[in-house]
Design a protein around this ligand. Structure first.
Ligand code: ADP
Ligand code: MG
Length: 287
């Protein structure tokens, strides 16, 4: 449905994206997971048609997408940028109406009204945005991006800065939107757990490239199922095993001390470390 072919983007001499290629199928929820600076926002700006001067191509349903020019494409895309703004002084309903008008939504009053009701915002509709919690604001922004009924919804770090419970509320909202509106959802995140629990497929990015992609379970099985972490003077050493018994046998054989080792299930963080070869410190902002 959406395809990128060798997308490459330089900011002067800095290579922000290098030969990025992938396909996203209709109805999927996919995540681009990577640390700060990996190129996620740059990629999203290209995919939604807001950035030019890149090489490579983006296709939607086999038709090439041209930055800025493609009105048809713009009308089927919803985008929640990393820094999102609402009019603080206006109410929830007024903010949604502005969004609907900007997109030329027909019957905008009725549409806004139905979204307010369906997504449990009706009670809050007359509240000024400045009095909402961070999570509620994020919810309003997401609903606002859906008013023109896009087929493809891009959200750039939709939950960054929110606490864990609120993050889960936003995941549930996105899962609902994906199902009820049959929209393809593309998010970027640096939260491993988010990518793992929310997405059908994950693209792990690092330094402008997609280093690996697949279903979360597939990705984890690339490294093993269990990991033994050992703290040593040189840093953390990780050893991967296909079964818990193998891991425990290894620890017993080596007579390892409980204070310096930990046995746990493999996570996407392990996949990231393994495929990028970058150590824990580099990836610590992924937690
Ligand atoms: P992410 O969203 O994954 O944090 P970005 O796409 O924002 O990554 O950034 C990728 C790289 O491009 C980083 O090295 C960043 O500093 C650089 N970059 C991003 N935007 C600009 C810009 N407008 N001008 C110059 N460099 C930029
Ligand atoms: Mg970003």
């Amino acid at each position: 449905m959406l395809e990128a072919v060798n997308v490459t983007k330089y900011y002067n001499s800095l290579c922000a994206l290098k030969d990025v290629s992938f396909r996203i199928e209709e109805g999927e929820i996919v995540s681009f997971l990577g640390p700060n600076g990996a190129g996620k926002s740059t990629l999203f700006h290209i995919l939604v048609g807001l950035l030019r001067n890149y090489t490579g191509d983006v296709f939607y349903k086999s038709r090439k997408v041209f930055p800025f020019k493609d009105r048809g494409y713009r009308s089927i895309v919803g985008f929640v940028p990393q820094a999102t703004f609402l009019e603080r002084e206006l109410t929830v309903e007024e903010n949604l109406r502005i969004g609907a008008l900007l997109y030329g939504v027909k019957n905008h009053r009725e549409v806004v009204d139905s979204f307010l009701r369906r997504f449990d915002l009706f009670e809050l509709k007359d509240r000024k945005v400045e009095h909402l919690s961070g999570g509620m604001k994020r919810k309003v922004v997401i609903v606002k991006s859906m008013l023109h009924r896009p087929r493809l919804l891009f959200l750039d770090e939709p939950t960054t800065g929110l606490d864990v419970n609120v993050r889960h509320d936003i995941w549930n909202l996105l899962i609902r939107i994906s199902k009820e509106e049959s929209v393809t959802v593309v998010i970027s995140t640096h939260y491993m757990e988010e990518a793992e629990s929310l997405s059908d497929r994950v693209f792990i990015m690092n330094r402008g490239s997609i280093v690996v992609d697949g279903r979360p379970e597939e990705l984890k099985s690339l490294v093993g199922r269990y990991v033994v972490e050992e703290s040593t003077a040189k840093g953390m050493i990780r050893r991967y095993f296909d079964s818990k018994d193998d891991a425990i046998r290894f620890m017993n054989d080596r007579g390892m001390e409980a204070s310096t080792i930990r046995l746990r299930e493999v996570s996407l963080e392990d996949v990231f470390i393994k495929v990028t070869g970058e150590n824990e410190r580099d990836s610590s902002n992924l937690l």
